[in-house]
Design a protein around this ligand. Structure first.
Ligand SMILES: Nc1ncnc2c1ncn2[C@@H]1O[C@H](COP(=O)(O)OP(=O)(O)O)[C@@H](O)[C@H]1O
Ligand SMILES: [Mg+2]
Length: 361
């Protein structure tokens, strides 16, 4: 019997519909040596096994809207008990969580998979959680000497005002554990700082205050096992892309609502030395944050000084055909089927390594 790749899609986060389009792309590119099974996690958290072929029949634009496409996908589906399902998988099987944002990208689902001992694609519990929390990302990267823009954490208006004054305006105020630019506000004067903090605290109980710099936005895709010696599985970074938002910054509207919200340049037209620095820092940040398998690494490059700043990792980046992560690898000579095959092989490799370490004394 062929080993199984179990794709998880949906979830509770705001990005649950994007996840369906990402999952469609993953399902379409699972190598034929595997059997594909698909589980949709509903907004209520319930798991239902659905026919993978049904997902492939949907148009991405319909999936993005949810509604009828979601009803068709769920029709005739079978509710499954997550614990029993994961425990029923064997050593040659692997889970591919195609879940973006909280409850998918933040270590929670990864914890469930660790408990059952099943192999899974992508970062583990610590890396996923550290990558989701901007304060944790900043602290770990600072201790590893990764270059970052000046930052502070604030929970109260007084803390936010003091931090902004010290950093100098403009500043960016962001919820610590969000994404997609949700709750991110650029603040140009002290009069607006309290309102910006209120907005960020709608999504979290702490906010990041960052110095706003004149920057270009550069991304690279990272793939591999950070601790593997040279070879097929070793850690590498793709070519770089530049994101050019048609707005003051890359906000939610430019990311998702406005079809002309941003343009992309692949490879990014930046000096070779900057490209080399971005790729090297991406690998260093990946190791420092204890990431595994994959992450998209997002950078800021100062428009005048050329200084490179690490912004954030995305440990389950968008995986739609138009998404940066698979695109960057295609541009680097890795077709998407080979990418999915490598990601699954990495997941199986980590699970095998884990089994060799005894948890009982
Ligand atoms: N310090 C900064 N200086 C300039 N622009 C910034 C800064 N921080 C964020 N931005 C802008 O805001 C966007 C969203 O911020 P980001 O930290 O990436 O949050 P998210 O996790 O929601 O993607 C960035 O892509 C960039 O356009
Ligand atoms: Mg971002």
């Amino acid at each position: 019997m062929k080993p199984t790749v179990l794709v998880l899609c949906g979830g509770k986060s705001a990005e649950r519909l994007v996840s369906l389009v990402s999952a469609q792309c993953v399902v379409a590119h699972v190598p034929r040596k595997f059997r594909v099974r698909l589980v949709h996690i509903g907004a209520d958290g319930g798991w239902a096994e659905v026919a993978a072929a049904k997902l492939l029949r949907e148009r991405p634009a319909d999936l993005h809207r949810g509604g009828a496409a979601l009803t068709r996908l769920r029709a005739g589906s079978r509710r499954v008990d997550p614990w029993k399902l994961l425990n029923s998988l064997g050593r040659r099987d692997c889970v591919f969580p195609v879940l973006h944002g909280p409850m998918g990208e933040d270590g929670t689902i990864q914890g469930l998979m660790e408990l059952t001992g099943v192999a899974y694609v992508g970062c583990g519990v610590l890396g996923s959680a550290a990558g989701m929390d901007k304060e944790a990302t900043k602290r770990v990267c600072a201790s590893a000497g990764i270059p970052q823009v000046p930052w502070a954490v604030a929970r109260t208006p007084a803390e936010a005002a003091a931090a902004a004054k010290k950093l100098g305006y403009p500043v960016f105020v962001k919820p610590a554990r969000m994404g997609s630019s949700v709750g991110v506000v650029k603040v140009k004067s002290p009069a607006k700082i309290a309102a910006a903090l209120r907005e960020a605290l709608r999504y979290d109980d702490k906010a990041l205050i960052e110095k706003g710099l004149p920057i270009r936005e550069i991304e690279t895709a990272v793939l591999g096992d950070p601790w593997a010696p040279r070879g097929k599985m070793s850690l590498r970074a793709s070519v770089c892309a530049e994101i050019k938002p048609n707005a003051e910054y890359y906000d939610y509207n430019a990311k998702y609502l406005n079809p002309n919200g941003a343009s992309f340049e692949i490879p990014a037209r930046i000096p070779a030395m900057v490209t080399a620095r971005v790729r090297a820092v991406a690998l260093a940040a990946f190791r420092a944050l204890d990431l595994y398998g994959l992450a998209r690494a997002d950078f800021f490059v100062h428009k005048t000084t050329g200084a490179v700043y690490f912004n954030e990792p995305n440990t389950l980046p968008g995986f739609t055909p138009a998404s940066m992560y698979p695109r960057l690898w295609r541009e680097s000579g890795v077709p998407t089927t080979r990418l999915v095959e490598t990601l699954v092989a990495l997941g199986l490799r980590r699970a095998a390594a884990r089994r060799r370490i005894s948890v009982n004394h």
